[in-house]
Design a protein around this ligand. Sequence first.
Ligand code: F6P
Length: 350
Amino acid sequence: MRVDRVLAMRVGVLTGGGDCPGLNAVIRAVVRKGVQQHGFEFIGFRDGWKGPIEGLTQPLDVAAVRGILPRGGTILGSSRTNPFKVEGGVDAIKKTLAVEGVDALVAIGGEDTLGVASRLHEEGVHVVGVPKTIDNDLNGTDYTFGFDTAVQIATDALDRLHTTAESHHRVLVVEVMGRHAGWIALHSGIAGGANAILIPEMPFDVDEVCAWVERRFERHYSPIIVVAEGATPKEGSMSLSSGEVDAFGHVRLGGIGDALARVIEERTGKEARVSVLGHIQRGGTPTAYDRWLATRFGLYAVDAVKDGAWGQMVALRGTAIELVPLAEAVGTLKTVTPELYREAEVFFGT
Ligand code: F6P
């Protein structure tokens, strides 16, 4: 086996933000290739950026990553800690890296975690990013791992909800994740034969949704409506939230499904029930596609470390894995285009 022992680097790995199926597959690929081919040593940082701020570490070698490929979650833990919101957070990170003798960091995360990575890169920290999010809303990459698993879970739920909706002649509203982008709603809604798909990018007309419901019943079928948690009605905000915000300023969402079902019942007189899939979409074993994508991301990320490609993120373009600047990936979110949304409209209310 080839081993490039040109640089005996010590590399830190962390996972930040909401967890996502496939994180462990990335960690495994980074460590396996890093140790076996590049002669690197690794150290795990616990709970996202909290780890290097507070010096929370865990051993990370080949033995530590055995058996984790199919496991959901992350063996390193995660958090939404933002070092730029913690007094002395950035200096604490630099100090921990120096104390632990860490030459480079692999940061695995979404918009927020990689946004921090991009700013740390500007401050001279050697960092390479790996994109993750079940929401698939990160720019610069065609897909993020975790998305396929979330879509599969939501599609399985839709398949099951069709039969119970039909038995009881009810409307079934299914709320899926997607704070700013409707990718999970769109893909699972198409795959699961939804009769309406409501996404954050396209504010919906409640009367039109009610008309779709009635039309579907006229055809003697029960309507299934998929709504992303961040979707809003045209005439104002119907989305309920707890008002709490996290360290990146995101409001905790939830409640649009309930609110929509209530309005549908009032306006159509049809019984409507809600299923909120919530964190079920993020838990458990990754699909084969997500394991494949996450593994390839890990292999290329550790090569980027070897090449000193600091401030870069691995990305899927077509079937190739490429490097894109972190700054480009985190500037704006990748959202569903009106053209893509319109493809699904033929199924609405029919
Ligand atoms: O960012 C991914 C995501 O799954 C969003 O779709 C969702 O709004 C959010 O995480 C909720 O995460 P948590 O409950 O862990 O804060």
